[in-house]
Design a protein around this ligand. Structure first.
Ligand code: C2E
Ligand code: CA
Ligand code: CA
Ligand code: CA
Length: 278
């Protein structure tokens, strides 16, 4: 009896340890992984829905653990934020994305080809953020208009002085701003007045609901009309079908991103850059 109990306990303990080994627990896990070079960026093309050309790509971080498991960002970003490792991770993301973008064509259809990076609340609060970002842009030899920063509304507050100063320094230098997951936050419209926003990214939840060519979708229609009036570009996120792409294009949505065009890929080669969706 005792032996079986012991064995079971040992087995249970090993299971827990095995799970623990591939689970993120602390900021030092993330710092160690950064030092070991375990993070990689994948890039998802953003497509001009009218011409089918790619004029931007979003950098999305992944953690390739020694066992070979690729951990998606939703499983470690919040922990990086809580443990203070986000500033280092985010700094690596910006530096790496800038260096990669420097290898891409400079312009497509006369417009700068940009890399888009997600900014966390912690980074936006950090007084040294804008300065570090601009240094990475310069070190990579990019012009600032080839970097775009994506902001999720719920992640930051414009009542914070450092957030405002960071965003002002970045836009003053020519870095572009996108509002991510647009339509899911609370104060979208007042922020459009306060920030120099170049792009609205319509949240995937709206696009997922698009299943037929004649669907009314009043909220999406209103977002497109508003963006048009404000001369802000719109990127529809999470396009998975030709029907969704057609619906959006026919209502004046200029850009799209999603598995229908390309999943995020480790390298944006000629094939991804030359996507012709039309
Ligand atoms: P997000 O910024 O909204 O990024 C879009 C997510 O949707 C990505 O997931 C992308 O792979 C996924 N996606 C793209 N097209 C489709 C589609 O057609 N269908 C479906 N179902 N999904 C699609 P991913 O890469 O797992 O990233 C999840 C979130 O993690 C991102 O959401 C972003 O908020 C965050 N994240 C990723 N990289 C970074 C980073 O470097 N820094 C920060 N702070 N957050 C990041
Ligand atoms: Ca994003
Ligand atoms: Ca998004
Ligand atoms: Ca999201």
């Amino acid at each position: 009896d005792g032996a079986i109990f012991q064995a079971k306990r040992r087995g249970y303990g090993q299971t827990v340890a095995a799970v623990g080994a591939s689970t993120v627990r602390s900021g030092s896990d993330i710092r160690d992984a950064l030092a070991r070079g375990e993070f990689v960026l994948h890039y998802q093309p953003v497509v001009d829905l009218t011409t089918g050309t790619v004029d931007k790509a979003e950098a999305l971080v992944r953690w390739v653990q020694p066992g070979g498991r690729t951990v998606p960002p939703d499983e470690f970003i919040h922990l990086a934020e809580q443990t203070g490792a986000m500033l280092e991770l985010g700094d690596w993301v910006v530096a790496t994305a800038c260096r990669t973008a420097a290898t891409w064509p400079t312009t497509v259809d006369g417009r700068p080809v940009a890399v888009s990076v997600n900014a966390s609340g912690t980074e936006l609060q950090d007084p040294s953020y804008a300065g570090r970002v601009l240094r990475h842009v310069a070190d990579a030899g990019l012009t600032p208009d080839r970097l775009m920063i994506e902001l999720v509304e719920s992640n930051y507050s414009l009542s914070s002085r450092s957030v405002r100063e960071n965003l002002m320094s970045l836009t003053d230098a020519g870095v572009r701003l996108a509002i991510d997951d647009f339509g899911t936050g609370y104060s979208s419209l007042s922020r459009l007045d306060q920030l120099r926003v170049d792009i609205l990214k319509i949240d995937r939840s709206f696009v997922r609901a698009l299943t037929g060519p004649d669907q009314p979708m009043p909220v999406v229609t209103a977002i497109l009309a508003m963006a048009d009036a404000l001369r802000i570009e719109v990127v529809a996120e999470g396009i998975e079908t030709a029907e969704q792409a057609d619906w959006l294009r026919s209502r004046g949505c200029t850009h799209g991103q999603g598995y229908f065009y390309s999943r995020p890929v480790p390298e944006l080669g000629p094939a991804e850059l030359a996507l012709v969706g039309s």
